[in-house]
Design a protein around this ligand. Structure first.
Ligand SMILES: NC(=O)c1ccc[n+]([C@@H]2O[C@H](COP(=O)([O-])OP(=O)(O)OC[C@H]3O[C@@H](n4cnc5c(N)ncnc54)[C@H](OP(=O)(O)O)[C@@H]3O)[C@@H](O)[C@H]2O)c1
Length: 313
């Protein structure tokens, strides 16, 4: 297949590029950098010569968006919104304008679209979308608005010959610098892998290998469109999740941190506590129903594999 990855220069894009190139596919990346080789320049918001790479492609997976690993200031939140909505809109315009449009458009979305909750898991059919939970910070509701607008931009695109799937993705766990696993492992190795703010908040995750496999599955399955949760079937509380990281690496203790300490740490790392404190309890209802077989269903086995590969590298 010829596969186009708008925003494919980040952690997820490089993972997909590696796996799909090894599998014999042709991968082209759209980037705001100067381009060259398998990279083509675009600005993420206006149609241009770059749109030619979409014409005649088989699959488009749009990953573009301002990194969420930052302080959630009003300006950064606006940039997160605009970069996602504008890039999804212009990808839709390029597909609509193509003489030979791709068969499938997989559009990144996020598991953050669901409500902050502890009581039950969110699948696509019965899950609660977030934004109206009592007592959550106002900007958490805005993150949900971003996710909804992101999905709307894809849903509203007029691309009748292209099947559209919105990928409500949990934290992607794969080895390598700059990924979520790298950050959490470093925290654990610094002795900071204990519960934060009690540690009852749920962590939803997906092993990188299952991310790639699930995208292959969604590409092949003509009957699947609309929102699909990409998350392993067994999300777990943060305290157990971090215990899994510590056990896999062989770190006996992790210091607990209060919400206040976490705020201080996030400030120092130029990041935001929403990423750690929001309870994301998300399960892959549609994937399981469609018969997708996860390689990694439980976190301890996934963490052991990630540690093995991190040490190997
Ligand atoms: N990693 C995860 O665990 C995870 C989980 C759920 C959802 N997601 C979403 O999946 C996508 C890919 O994740 P990732 O971890 O690979 O993210 P990433 O490392 O931040 O990469 C995203 C890419 O988007 C491009 N980008 C940044 N700002 C942009 C803007 N203003 N306009 C257009 N493009 C822009 C950048 O490419 P250039 O600088 O080359 O243009 C960047 O490489 C993101 O949208 C993320 O929110 C990720």
């Amino acid at each position: 297949m010829k596969i186009v990855l708008p925003g494919g220069t980040g952690h997820v894009g490089r993972l997909l590029e590696r796996e799909w190139t090894a599998a014999g596919h042709e991968v082209v990346i759209l980037t705001r950098r100067s381009g060259g080789g398998r990279e083509v320049h675009w600005d993420g918001r206006t149609l241009g010569p770059w749109a030619e790479v979409i014409d005649g492609s088989d699959l488009v997976v749009n990953l573009a968006g301002r990194s969420v690993s930052c302080r959630y200031t009003p300006a950064n939140l606006q940039a997160m919104m605009d970069s996602r909505v504008h890039s999804a809109q212009v990808v839709g315009e390029a597909i609509a304008a193509a003489a030979r449009p791709p068969r499938v458009w997989l559009q990144m979305s996020t598991a953050t679209i669901y409500a902050h909750r502890f009581d039950a898991a969110n699948d696509e059919a019965t899950g609660l979308l977030g934004g109206a939970e009592p007592g959550i910070p106002r900007y958490w509701a805005y993150s949900v608005e971003i996710a909804k607008a992101w999905e709307r931009a894809q849903a509203q695109a007029d691309t009748p010959q292209t099947r559209k799937v919105a990928l409500r993705t949990a934290m992607v766990m794969s080895p390598g610098r700059g990924g979520a696993f790298d950050l959490l492992l470093r925290l654990a190795r610094l002795g900071l892998g204990g519960p934060v703010a009690g540690g009852a908040q749920y962590m939803s995750w997906i092993h990188g290998r299952d991310l790639v496999r699930s995208l292959d599955f969604l590409t092949a399955r003509e009957d699947l469109s609309g929102p699909v949760n990409l998350a392993a079937p067994n999300p777990l509380p943060y305290r157990d999740f971090m215990r899994g990281v510590r056990t896999a690496w062989g770190i006996p203790l992790g210091l607990p941190a209060t919400r206040w300490l976490a705020e201080l740490g996030a400030f120092a790392l130029r990041s935001d506590t929403e990423l750690l404190l929001k309870s994301r309890r998300v399960v892959p209802g549609r994937l399981l129903e469609a018969g997708f077989d996860f390689e990694y269903t439980h976190w301890p086995e996934a963490a052991a594999d990630l540690v093995r590969r991190t040490r190997g590298a």
